[in-house]
Write a protein that binds this ligand. Structure first.
Ligand code: IPE
Ligand code: IPE
Ligand code: MG
Length: 245
């Protein structure tokens, strides 16, 4: 097991996690899927605290995708209720650890109660500056890109932006993630090796890390393990090894 003392330098600035495997975790134990989601919130607390402890500045968690609306209504309702109770409960953890809450996604589509609670915690924690915790809620990367293209097109039509001045910066400024740097490390739990419509633009040069661990079982040590693995990699960004050394 990796200890956080082994991770002193080269901490990824932005870690993003696809928290997957709650349903399978519950099934294995003979519980309803909802129990898996409830236990998933404990893993959220683990990674939030662990990330802050080692100096990660941005942690982004995929909590609910645009595609997840297609799950049975009962499960969607459970997840939305769990969001409200977790926000009420965890605001204390956020304040104690000086963490700012942020959200990306189509927040308008969230139930009123969840949206109100979310915006309240965002407002209350806006002065915190140790780490930014971003929850991706009703988030889909393609939806985000469509929104971005629409907004930029309107500006072009109105003469605010000239088409040949559209560059990466302009696009970044129109994404939900406009205040976040590119992802350095993307983790997915549960053994699935896919992106599932998460941050397609923002992970262009992220290091990918897949683990078999089901999300509710993911502990601080597992995050440290992922970061230790990341630190052993050489990020070349198209250059040669010799150029880097
Ligand atoms: C991740 O766990 C949580 C959400 C997608 C909301 P799943 O619910 O996808 O769990 P599995 O993949 O069915 O095991
Ligand atoms: C991705 O997990 C979305 C979240 C973790 C919130 P899913 O379980 O929904 O992904 P797929 O459908 O298996 O790709
Ligand atoms: Mg899943």
């Amino acid at each position: 097991m990796i200890d956080k003392k082994q991770l002193t330098s080269n901490i990824p600035k932005h870690v993003a996690i696809i928290m997957d495997g709650n349903g399978r975790w519950a099934k294995k134990k003979g519980f309803f899927r909802a129990v898996g989601h409830e236990n998933g919130t404990k893993a959220v607390r683990e990674v939030v605290e662990a990330s802050a402890e080692i100096g990660v500045k941005f942690l982004t968690l995929y909590a609910f995708s645009t595609e997840n609306w297609n799950r049975p209504k009962l499960e969607v309702d459970t997840l939305m209720k769990l969001l409200v109770t977790s926000l009420k409960k965890e605001i204390k953890t956020l304040q104690e650890n000086n963490i700012k809450l942020n959200a990306i996604g189509n927040l308008q589509s969230l139930p009123e109660k969840a949206r109100v609670e979310l915006l309240e915690v965002i407002e209350k924690t806006k002065g915190n500056d140790r780490m930014t915790l971003t929850l991706a809620l009703s988030y889909g990367s393609r939806e985000e890109l469509i929104k971005t293209i629409e907004e930029i097109s309107i500006k072009v039509k109105n003469g605010v932006i000239s088409p040949h001045l559209i560059n990466e910066t302009v696009i970044n400024e129109h994404l939900y993630t406009k205040n976040l740097p590119d992802v350095d490390l993307l983790i997915r739990t549960s053994g699935e090796q896919r992106i599932s419509n998460f941050l397609l633009w923002q992970i262009a040069y992220a290091e990918l890390y897949f683990t078999e661990i089901l999300w509710p079982d993911f502990k601080k040590g597992d995050l440290f393990e992922a970061i230790y693995n990341y630190q052993k990699r050489e990020r070349r960004f198209g250059k040669t090894s010799e150029q880097l050394s």
